[in-house]
Design a protein around this ligand. Sequence first.
Ligand code: ATP
Ligand code: MG
Length: 446
Amino acid sequence: MKMILPEKVNFIIRTLQKHGFEGYAVGGCVRDAMLSRVPQDWDITTSAKPEQVKSLFKHTIDTGIQHGTVTVMLDHEGFEVTTYRIDGEYEDARHPKEVQFTSNLLEDLKRRDFTINAMAYNEKDGLVDAFDGLGDLELGIIRCVGVAEERFTEDALRMLRAVRFAAQLGFSIEEQTVAAIGKLAPNLAKVSAERVQIELVKLLTSAHPEEIKTAWETGLTKVFLPEFDTMMETEQNNPHHQYSVGEHTIISLQEVKAEKVLRLTMLLHDVAKPFCRTTDENGVDHFYGHVEKGAEIARTILRRLKFDNDTTNRVCRLVACHDHMPSLTEKSVRKAVFRNGTEQYPALFDVKRADIFAQSNYLREEKLEAVASYEEFYQTIMEKQQCLSIKELAVGGSDLIELGMKPGKEIGETLKQLLELVLEDPQLNTKEKLIQQVHNLKTPHI
Ligand code: ATP
Ligand code: MG
């Protein structure tokens, strides 16, 4: 089994070996290289202690000395070099209480979560694969190193990681491993929101976001996203739909680009439907108000999962406008772009299309044509560089002061009114015409 390691990785490994230590590429990078996927980063495992690693390389960063990790910097590129270790007893199904360094590679591989993540490689020894990770890679299986229940009891996050790897690689989770997740899923509650968030994002932005269904079936979503379970339980008896809210959500995830904000938006776009459902006298379900309420619930969820403000705001605003459709005229679209906020575009079109593709066939072509037309108007507005903000008005605060207006609230109000007029009629956006308008507005101070 031959694998090509990047020159810098080889350099680090050779340097370690030259000084009497062992060194291997390990974990995710070996797995990905075996699958001909480009690894995110190259991790190295070594028998050298952190202090020894530091003494061998010019530029190093103490990334996690207490866990044995030193980052070696080569030409501004960082490589994590971690000392072989045995994880001590786990506290609260979370962190190992203490780690113990060892000189035995096998001990280090044993502590790793899945067989496909427990392989090491260097040029001298080739592949070190004590748990048949290669066999599982070939079969497309996620399997724990050792006894699944024990490994999930040590660290509950591994259950969500199993689903995440299945989603990224298109693998299935081995039977006993799934059964163990089903049994121990409630333990995920002990894991920090930050760690859950990282795995959730990787799952959602993978090639198979529909694997979220496995997280639901095994009881994992119930712990960190019970709102998703509620969606799975909510039917939509309505001609526009043919799936439950949850199934519709899953399909919409598959229909949108694998980008964090877009996938999170699809995950949450209908989150309020279960709370807004009413059934009319013909037995048809309606979900009035689900958009506004959805943006609220989405915010609560994203806060709970400790997402950053920028991601949270972008997702919530997209959720808030996902269902709105302006009349298809340049003027209405211009106003919609202003009201929704230009930052929602062009992402909003991706959201709308994914939503439509996850609905029933009823009026699908018409809906898609409407979105296409909406997008064309949007593009025309952008090409013409039409004014969509106070900043882009042909007059500013200082012009109004020159007209005799007093600095203060009045000026802001006037500019807002001028913007409303320009949104109605972009031709008005010249200094001369706007000053004329200011006089028409009959502000008492002029
Ligand atoms: P990615 O491509 O997302 O970086 P990865 O496999 O490299 O995937 P990381 O979270 O970066 O995953 O972890 C690196 C390696 O450390 C894993 O391949 C695995 O061997 C080990 N590992 C990480 N987290 C755990 C854990 N919670 N329990 C056991 N081993 C773990
Ligand atoms: Mg990694």
